[in-house]
Design a protein around this ligand. Structure first.
Ligand SMILES: Cc1cc2nc3c(=O)[nH]c(=O)nc-3n(C[C@H](O)[C@H](O)[C@H](O)COP(=O)(O)OP(=O)(O)OC[C@H]3O[C@@H](n4cnc5c(N)ncnc54)[C@H](O)[C@@H]3O)c2cc1C
Length: 392
């Protein structure tokens, strides 16, 4: 059973009798967009979401630290807990092994505080399903296969032209369309572009029975880890240094992943290698990052989640920051007298926290590329975790 402690803060805390805005268009139905829809609906804003993709895809992700509390404030923590792997005190998912499978470290200590909720390993399509169903139950309208073509600010509204030719006014617009955000290009055409970190990730969801020896394994080609999900799959993420990013065919990704596994004699790695069939569904992505250092809003449009701040997965906190963005935005909208005041309050509460995650993650990637001893990574990670253990 999960904890039943009250959440650390409350979406309605300091709320005015009516929010300063009534309607919003959210562009992007990923973690940031759907959680913003849930949070804003709960403070009385009518939300419409447009999502370009037909159905959610993806592997697993860890929701840790205060982000687990954000799930509770959205009212979905218990549902997520029921279909996730809890990372409690007994977890071995943070253990670091050598090529032969010897434990060389138990990994960085994640911060704890009274009433902290257990971190979760959650299958991303399952998290998105829970958020989408909750949003719909709160009256959110979600449209797939369509998006915003243009946004034009009028006095008190934003006039949105959709890709199917419709036009409609909203009190404000949220760009939650990920690292490649088109909304970001629309409102900040001169913004910095995402930068490549020098590393790639390959993720694999392995069906079949459990394998003993959860945790991370460091080898000469790169590192990979694994943990089990209740959906009877094993989540295997890998990180490989590749100074110049080169887009690879599925066969090339497969060959690189096999080469990575072949460097290990640890029984768990040998077992995973035996399950790597030629048709294994491997998701390969460059670790790109971006941080908008000035405002994340222009006029009546605000960027949240990866659209404003995306990073490498070295802290496993990007999705968590998107969840926190959603909750804090709803609190600011509920409490502020005007939209401009809400956006300012949001930026003040979010920027330093998100900067810590982005800059630490990129620094961790650089340390890894320089072959620094794992203890240096652990030191940096532990320090950043203690910063973001503070309430959001
Ligand atoms: C390998 C890897 C591992 C990770 N592991 C973790 C982890 O363990 N824990 C963690 O917290 N984070 C993790 N992250 C980070 C996390 O995945 C992201 O931070 C998170 O997905 C950001 O959510 P988002 O909704 O802002 O963006 P996205 O997840 O990218 O969602 C954006 C959505 O917008 C849609 N969209 C795009 N363009 C448009 C458009 N023009 N119109 C309408 N819709 C559009 C997309 O289809 C998508 O559904 C990891 C990232 C990677 C790459």
């Amino acid at each position: 059973m999960s904890e039943t402690l009250p959440s650390a803060t409350n979406l309605q805390q300091g709320a005015r009798s009516r929010p300063c805005v009534c309607t919003v268009l959210i562009i992007g139905g990923g973690i940031a967009g759907l959680s913003a829809a849930v949070a804003l609906s709960r403070v009385g804003v009518q939300c419409n979401v447009v999502e370009i993709a037909d159905s959610p895809l993806g592997a697993s992700l860890g929701i840790s630290g205060r982000a687990a509390e954000a799930l509770a404030e959205l009212g979905v923590y218990d549902q997520c807990y029921a279909t996730s792997t809890p990372f409690d005190r007994n977890t071995t998912a943070t253990y670091i092994h050598d090529t032969e499978g010897r434990v060389i470290s138990t990994g960085p200590k994640r911060p704890e505080w009274p009433g902290a909720r257990t971190a979760l390993g959650v299958y991303r399509p399952e998290l998105l399903r829970i958020l989408e169903e909750t949003a719909k139950s709160l009256g959110v309208v979600i449209e797939r296969g369509v998006t915003a073509e243009a946004i034009e600010d009028r006095d008190e509204t934003s006039l949105v032209t959709f890709t199917d030719g419709r036009q409609r006014s909203f009190d404000f617009v949220i760009g939650a369309d990920g690292i490649g955000s088109r909304t970001r290009s629309m409102i900040f055409p001169d913004a910095v572009k995402p930068a490549y970190s020098g590393q790639i990730s390959i993720r694999w969801m392995v069906p079949g029975p459990e394998v003993a020896g959860e945790g991370w394994y460091f080898g000469p080609v790169g590192r990979l880890g694994f943990y089990h999900l209740p959906q009877d799959v094993i989540y295997v993420p890998a990180v490989i240094t590749m100074p110049e990013f080169k887009r690879m065919s599925q066969e090339e990704v497969h060959a690189l992943f096999a080469h990575l596994l072949d460097a290990f004699t640890a029984p768990a790695m040998v077992e995973l290698r035996s399950r790597l069939t030629p048709d294994a569904d491997l998701i390969c992505r460059p670790f790109d990052w971006i941080l908008l250092r000035d405002k994340w809003h222009r006029g009546r449009t605000l960027l949240i989640g990866d659209a404003a701040h995306a990073t490498t997965a070295h802290m496993g906190m990007g999705g968590g920051m998107a969840l926190e963005d959603a909750v804090v935005l709803a609190q600011c909208i509920a409490a502020a007298p005007t939209l401009a005041a809400a956006f300012d309050a949001f930026m003040t509460r979010r920027f330093e926290r998100v900067r810590t995650v982005v800059e630490t993650s990129v620094a961790l990637s650089q340390l890894e590329q320089a072959n620094a001893p794992p203890s240096e990574n652990v030191k940096l990670l532990t320090s950043a975790f203690s910063t973001i253990a503070e309430p959001y």
